[in-house]
Design a protein around this ligand. Structure first.
Ligand SMILES: Nc1ncnc2c1ncn2[C@@H]1O[C@H](COP(=O)(O)OP(=O)(O)OP(=O)(O)O)[C@@H](O)[C@H]1O
Length: 618
């Protein structure tokens, strides 16, 4: 017998070896594949397809196949995520990079600064200071070089971790250049947006929803940068009404900013447009060192809602913070006075609070001083446990900037406090690198197989649709009766005589009627009932609704304002009243919500139609 493409596909599946009867993978337990397949699939050609029972059986085995492919996809996805997590753990969940800006036309430092891959050394009269970081970008490094190092952490955000990328440094050293970039040399934010959209278009294992928010921490107040305002509002002296947004913190540590504009974005262009609007609204002014100096901390937040997945250890909602910090400056040197002096002071104070928080986290202190500034309050759920932090410290080679360079590098050293002081042997470094290489290989393998898997799933899905259509036509069923096969998570075991739903199983009464019927020549009609494909449809949709429509009790999250000086109306908010709509999804995993024929009206219709058909036949 010729083996058709479909049959081949079913046979190939056996190599994956996971048992559909085990049920879908859950969040807590990653899919473990048994070494031998527990279900042996039938060759779909064995049953002639012109027979309706044969068609139904084919559909059923294709669905089982689909379930196994999904199960394998989840397994590989979990494997890929785990490998990435381990890489980031080996590298450190708080990493510090240093980007060096060339002195340009200004005099090159007389104090020699030597740059190595992970170390910067500054020699001054009779002294030598070494600063170790995770990676140094020399003045020749391009925006591409920087982004290449940042890229893996973005995947982590899609996998459910909160991620924070911060640009720190003295005024004019290139923080905005690194984060925003310039025409033809886009920085981390636009590239990250593009990369996120690219990755979610590739990842068919889940559906993602992205939204963008932008705010500015200016002189201790929060300004929503995406809120619609009059054009005169750009002046940095002008503080709009919405400047004191309320920071809410839930009992489980999740932070939200009440009233902050959060715009859902569906493509890169749309996201860019909003980002451009936010950038435009930012407070900048002329300083002696930078014509357009940022006088505030600018925070761009991309909220990622991941649904219909089995993320092991991750959260359905994650945040990616891209922060362009205000420039640290020595106020005496800049000769700032009045308002500019106050701005500088405010920036320095919050930067110092940020340094304290990161150092405390790195040293695993029991108390983390998040509440010392608005900046650290906002970022508190994205700096600590289970988050990934990347700080890019910017320095300049300019002679005039030598003192600030030492200050910034001291800050970097403080952030890396624990590990930088501990000398890591060459042997340990080598071992770490070897593990990273192996893990990267694992990721590549998993991604390769995932790609093949996606193609195979597309083919199987198409086949299921074709067969279902044939079956529908054979029965002349109305469209709404066709099963929603792609969404079916529950495998239907591939047996020739598909089991009937419980309500259709024979009762004592019906058995007696059947006996009577047998004697009156109606037995043929009865036997058809048990194998008719329509019964299979009913079984599938109804069993899904019984088994899968179990929704966990929604946990109520209580939000509290962190600061007592804020308006009393926002001290306690019920989840349903705040802007964090996306979290609602997190409490209701889609895998549980979406079932075939989840529409209760349709289920009732199906149920009635089955009953009618049964009674017609009896
Ligand atoms: N690596 C670089 N290559 C080329 N030009 C750079 C680089 N870094 C910074 N610049 C240029 O230096 C100038 C100041 O940079 P930028 O505004 O990014 O500094 P900043 O650290 O954000 O300053 P501030 O804290 O005052 O906002 C800009 O004109 C920018 O284009």
């Amino acid at each position: 017998m010729l083996v058709s493409e479909e049959a081949m596909m079913v046979l190939q599946l056996e190599d994956f070896g996971s048992d559909p009867s085990d049920g879908p993978a859950t969040e807590s337990e990653p899919v473990e594949l048994p070494s031998t397949p527990a279900v042996v699939y039938m060759d779909v050609n064995v049953v002639p397809e012109h027979d309706e029972a044969g068609l139904a059986s084919t559909i059923s085995s294709l669905q089982a196949e689909m379930w196994q492919l999904r199960s394998r996809q989840r397994y590989l996805d979990a494997k890929r995520r785990e490998a990435l997590d381990r890489i980031l753990d080996i590298k450190g969940s708080i990493r510090v990079f240093c980007r060096v800006k060339s002195a340009g036309e200004r005099k090159v430092a007389t104090v020699p600064i030597s740059i190595e891959a992970e170390k910067i050394t500054i020699r001054s009269v009779g002294t030598r200071k070494d600063f170790v970081v995770d990676r140094v970008f020399s003045p020749e490094s391009t925006q591409d070089d920087v982004f290449r190092e940042v890229q893996p952490i973005l995947r982590s955000a899609l996998d459910g971790h909160n991620v924070c990328i911060l640009a720190y440094g003295q005024t004019g050293t290139g923080k905005t250049h690194t984060m925003e970039g310039i025409s033809g040399q886009p920085g981390i934010v636009p590239r990250a947006i593009e990369e996120l959209f690219h990755q979610i278009s590739q990842d068919k294992s889940a559906s993602f929803t992205l939204s963008v928010s932008m705010l500015e921490v200016y002189m201790g107040s929060l300004r929503d940068l995406l809120v619609h305002r009059h054009s005169s509002a750009r002046s940095f002296h002008w503080i709009p009404k919405c400047s004191n947004l309320c920071i809410l913190s839930s009992s489980d540590g999740v932070v939200e900013i009440e009233g902050l504009t959060d715009v859902p974005v569906t493509d890169v262009k749309q996201a860019y447009r909003w980002y451009a609007r936010g950038k435009h609204a930012r407070s900048t002014s002329w300083t002696s060192v930078n014509d357009a100096s940022s006088r505030s901390h600018c925070l761009t937040r991309i909220t990622i809602l991941r649904s219909n997945d089995a993320v092991g250890g991750g959260k359905p909602v994650s945040k990616l913070w891209l922060v362009d910090l205000g420039g640290s400056e020595r106020l005496l040197k800049t000769g700032a006075t009045g308002h500019t002096l106050d701005e500088g002071r405010a920036i320095n104070l919050s930067l110092s609070a940020l340094g304290d928080v990161i150092a405390a986290l790195r040293m695993r202190r029991s108390h983390i001083p998040y509440r010392n500034s608005k900046l650290t309050q906002i970022l508190s759920d994205s700096l600590g446990h289970n988050s990934k932090v990347l700080m890019i410290v910017h320095i300049s080679l300019g002679d005039d900037d030598a003192a600030e360079t030492v200050c910034s590098l001291s800050f970097a050293k403080r952030v890396r406090a624990v590990e930088a002081t501990r000398e890591v042997s060459e042997e340990t470094k080598k071992r770490k690198q070897q593990s990273i290489t192996e893990l990267e290989q694992n990721i590549q393998e998993a991604e390769g197989e995932l790609q093949k898997l996606r193609k195979q799933m597309e083919m199987t899905e198409k086949l299921i649709q074709e067969k279902t259509e044939s079956l529908r036509v054979a029965h002349q069923l109305p469209d709404e009766m066709a099963p929603e096969t792609p969404a079916a998570e529950k495998p239907i075991r591939a047996t020739h005589a598909a089991p009937v739903p419980r309500f259709m199983a024979s009762t004592e009464c019906s058995r007696q009627r059947q006996k009577t019927a047998e004697s009156t020549g109606r037995s043929r009609a009865m036997s058809v009932v048990n194998t008719r494909p329509i019964d299979l449809f009913g079984s599938q949709s109804l069993s899904c609704s019984v088994h899968d429509h179990v929704v966990p009790a929604k946990k109520k999250r209580t939000w509290t304002c962190k600061r007592s000086d804020l308006s009393p109306h926002c001290n306690t908010l019920n989840e349903s009243h705040n802007s964090m709509d996306s979290t609602k999804g997190s409490l209701l995993p889609r895998s549980k919500k979406v079932v075939s024929s989840s529409n209760p009206n349709l289920r009732v219709t199906l149920h009635r139609q089955h009953r009618r058909r049964m009674s017609d036949l009896i």
